[in-house]
Write a protein that binds this ligand. Structure first.
Ligand SMILES: Cc1cc2nc3c(=O)[nH]c(=O)nc-3n(C[C@H](O)[C@H](O)[C@H](O)COP(=O)(O)OP(=O)(O)OC[C@H]3O[C@@H](n4cnc5c(N)ncnc54)[C@H](O)[C@@H]3O)c2cc1C
Length: 210
C-alpha cells in the first residue's frame, strides 16, 4: 500500500526480482492435483525496493490487477474447457469399450444421458469462453463476460470430471485411467483467479451497477 487512506486506489504494483534481499519463496505446497505445476507462497520480509521498480502508475495497482484478472479468467475458462473435453472424451471412449450385461455401457440410456448433458454443457461453456475471448481481442471491457465464462466453464468441468469417474465405475477410482486425474486437477478451476462465489459476486455487481 503506497497510500493507506486511499484504500483500493492506494495500492501500487512493483517488480521484485528473484534474489532481492528480503524476498523468498516459501515451501512447495503438497497439492490435490496439478502436481506437475509447482505452487509456493512468496514471502516478503523487510524487502526494500527502489522507486524505478514501480510497475505502471502509482496507486493503480489494484485497478491493474482487476484488469489482469479479466483476461486471466478467460484463460481459466479455456483451461476448464480443455479438462472438461478430456474427461468427456475419456468417458465416451470407455463407455463404448466397457461391456456389461451383454452390451456396451454406452447402450444404457443412463450413460447416454450423462454423455448428452456433458457434451451440451461443454458446448455452452465453449461459446461463453469464445465470446469473452473475442471481446477481449476486440479491445472491449470483459469483466462480466470473463466471470460468466470462468464460472460456468469451471463448474461444467468439475461436473464432467465427476461424471467421467462415474462412467468409468471402479476404474474411475484407479490411476491406470485418466478419469481420476481429471477429477483431482479440475477442482482448482473453481478456486483459482477467484472462487465461484466471487465470480457470482462480480457478475451480480455488473448486473446491478446502473
Ligand atoms: C494451486 C493454486 C495456485 C494458485 N496460484 C496463485 C497465483 O499464481 N497467484 C495468486 O495470486 N494466487 C494464487 N492462488 C490463490 C488463489 O487465487 C486463492 O486461493 C483463491 O482466489 C481463493 O482465495 P482464498 O484461498 O483466500 O479463499 P478465501 O477467500 O479464504 O475463501 C474461502 C471460502 O469463502 C468464500 N468467500 C470468500 N469471500 C467471500 C465473499 N465476499 N462472498 C462469498 N463467499 C466468499 C470463498 O468463495 C471460499 O468458498 C493459487 C491457489 C492455488 C490452490
Amino acid at each position: 500500500m503506497t497510500d493507506r487512506a486511499a484504500h483500493t486506489h492506494g495500492l501500487s504494483a512493483f517488480v521484485v526480482d528473484k534474489g532481492t534481499k528480503g524476498f523468498r519463496a516459501g515451501k512447495k505446497e503438497d497439492k490435490l492435483g496439478l502436481r506437475a505445476s509447482d505452487t509456493a507462497e512468496l514471502i516478503f520480509e523487510d524487502c526494500v525496493l527502489p522507486a524505478e521498480n514501480l510497475l505502471g502508475t502509482e496507486g493503480q495497482g489494484f485497478v491493474d490487477a482487476m484488469r489482469v484478472l479479466d483476461g486471466g479468467r478467460i484463460s481459466i475458462a479455456a483451461l476448464s474447457l480443455g479438462m472438461a473435453e478430456g474427461a468427456y472424451d475419456a468417458a465416451l471412449n470407455y463407455s463404448k469399450e466397457r461391456r456389461q450385461f451383454g452390451k456396451s455401457i454406452s447402450d444404457f440410456q443412463a450413460i447416454q444421458w450423462k454423455l448428452a448433458d456433458m457434451a451440451t454443457e461443454i458446448d455452452a461453456a465453449m461459446l461463453l469462453t469464445m465470446r469473452a475471448a473475442s471481446m477481449k481481442d476486440a479491445g472491449m471491457k470483459t469483466t462480466q463476460e470473463s466471470s460468466m465464462a470462468k464460472l460456468y466453464a469451471s463448474e461444467v468441468a468439475v461436473k464432467c470430471a465427476n461424471e467421467g469417474v462415474q462412467i468409468h465405475g471402479g476404474y474411475g477410482f484407479i490411476k491406470d485411467y485418466p478419469a481420476e486425474k481429471f477429477y483431482r486437477d479440475v477442482k482448482l478451476c473453481t478456486i483459482g483467479e477467484g472462487t465461484s462465489e466471487i465470480q457470482r459476486l462480480v457478475i451480480a455487481r455488473q448486473l446491478l451497477k446502473d
